[in-house]
Design a protein around this ligand. Structure first.
Ligand SMILES: [Zn+2]
Ligand SMILES: [Zn+2]
Length: 240
């Protein structure tokens, strides 16, 4: 399976990541990625960039090293209602957003609370992907999650870092298997993200692809197999 879009990468603007936008773009070009998402952590996370960073993204080039650039954010789900940490006036100027539950910010609640939090985030029209929803430290009801993803047109992420390097996440593989089976059943598209915090991980989807191939997950439901499909799913026109 060849993936042409990496929607989820971080730069030194998030202080726990280690490469620049240019380094990420160059790494993407080398790996044959056509569309790259720069999605630094939104301001509620302690070492995230200031709100002005997101406001000023318009100064950046739309294409770097031949890679089409998308500038967004990885929003934090801030409460069990699914509120996020950037205002609408900032969100409307971003290309797209991922929303993720980070336990450093919001303690995992009951299964019901966590599920409500993610469902609430999906109701936000600027949220196009729910990031790493497979962490067993944050138990959720996958049937509800997948059904609401279908209702709201939100993609669910298969996060390569969760499988490869995020040792602190729990039951990733088992939870992904459950989620993917439901995505297939309900026809919900998934987005594979590298969640790279260093340029060398940009466009690396090795562990995610292995799982998708192992269960013969339908290619048409993998958003990043086509640039057009991905851009359509985030509500962007294809401009070449
Ligand atoms: Zn995250
Ligand atoms: Zn991330």
């Amino acid at each position: 399976m060849r993936l042409l879009v990496d929607p989820h990468t971080h730069t030194i603007a998030s202080a726990h990541a280690y490469s620049t936008i240019l380094e990420n773009a160059q790494a993407a070009a080398k790996r044959g990625i056509k569309v790259l998402g720069i999605t630094d952590h939104a301001p509620a996370l302690e070492d995230a960039p200031h709100v002005l960073y997101f406001k000023n993204l318009h100064v950046l080039d739309r294409e770097l090293y031949g890679v089409k650039m998308l500038y967004g954010a990885e929003l934090n789900i801030c409460d069990y209602e699914g509120r996020v940490d950037l205002d609408e006036q900032i969100l409307e100027n971003l290309d797209f957003c991922i929303a993720s539950f980070h336990t450093v910010l919001l303690k995992a609640g009951s299964k019901n609370q966590n599920t409500r939090a993610m469902l609430g985030a999906m109701d936000n029209p600027y949220v196009k992907i729910i990031g790493h929803p497979e962490d067993g430290n944050i138990p959720v009801d996958y049937v509800e999650l997948v059904k609401h993803a279908r209702e709201t047109g939100t993609m669910l992420e298969v996060n390569n870092s969760s499988l490869k390097t995020a040792y602190y996440r729990l039951n990733v593989r088992e939870n992904l298997m459950e989620m993917l089976q439901l995505c297939e059943k309900y026809g919900v598209p998934i987005a594979v993200g590298s969640d790279a915090h260093f340029a060398n991980a940009v466009g690396n989807f090795d562990c995610a692809i292995k799982i998708l191939e192992e269960i013969s997950f339908p290619k048409e439901l993998v958003a990043n197999t086509s640039v057009e499909k991905f851009l359509k799913l985030i509500g962007r026109e294809v401009k070449v």
